[in-house]
Design a protein around this ligand. Structure first.
Ligand SMILES: *Cc1c(COP(=O)(O)O)cnc(C)c1O
Length: 197
């Protein structure tokens, strides 16, 4: 978004006192540099009725160096309760390089969550999905969503049938504590938000 659009979005949030959380997602918000992000976070924090800030980003997994000390300081020092939603699909995507930056964010009071996409041939296996949930918890991250791709969204060869997705989720439910079980969801065209399967 250009700064003009930022201003419009901020004005919209400021004008609606029922908005308690602002979500930065889409077009990856962590592509902003730390100075731009700090400015935006400060502008959001200046709106009294906003209590929470959430950032959805794929970058921390792909480029853990993006979790800089400045970013950590920015989120930690904000009066907003901050959450970072990671996008990890497979246990192999998390390594030693993620440990320190994630631990630093968490010790700074940032809530770490994860959303995964169920992908045929990649993670459509209860053992892999349970390993992923347990590994995420080792890194201080709670599994939040497991997305089932809509069959008409394209990428058909990665789509997992609804019945199979539900079966995998039931298997996970039997093997994991409740807090490590992600919500199985699908985005259905025309419906606001995600639909629980
Ligand atoms: C799901 C989602 C949201 C909304 O999150 P909720 O937790 O359902 O309120 C926002 N941004 C992205 C990219 C999402 O996938």
């Amino acid at each position: 978004m250009g700064s003009r659009q930022w201003q419009q979005a901020l004005e919209y949030v400021a004008a609606d006192s029922s908005i308690s959380e602002v979500i930065l997602s889409g077009g990856d918000p962590l592509l902003l540099n730390d100075a731009q992000l700090a400015k935006l976070v400060a502008q959001i924090a200046a709106i009294p009725h906003v209590r929470r800030l959430r950032i959805h980003s794929r970058l921390p997994v792909v480029i853990p160096q993006r979790l800089t000390a400045q970013l950590q300081a920015c989120l930690q020092s904000s009066r907003l309760q901050c959450s970072l939603v990671l996008h990890v699909n497979h246990p192999h995507e998390l390594g030693a390089e993620h440990l320190a930056p994630l631990a630093a964010l968490r010790s700074g009071g940032v809530c770490l969550l994860n959303q995964s996409v169920l992908l045929a041939g990649v993670n459509d296996d209860a053992t892999i999905l349970c390993q992923l949930s347990e590994l995420l918890f080792d890194y201080g991250v709670l599994p939040y969503y497991l997305h089932s791709l809509d069959l008409v969204q394209g990428a058909q060869h990665f789509a997992v049938e609804r019945g199979r997705a539900l079966q995998l989720h039931r298997q996970m439910h039997a093997l994991l504590p409740g807090y490590l079980l992600p919500r199985l969801v699908q985005e259905i065209a025309g419906e606001p938000g995600k639909t629980l399967l």
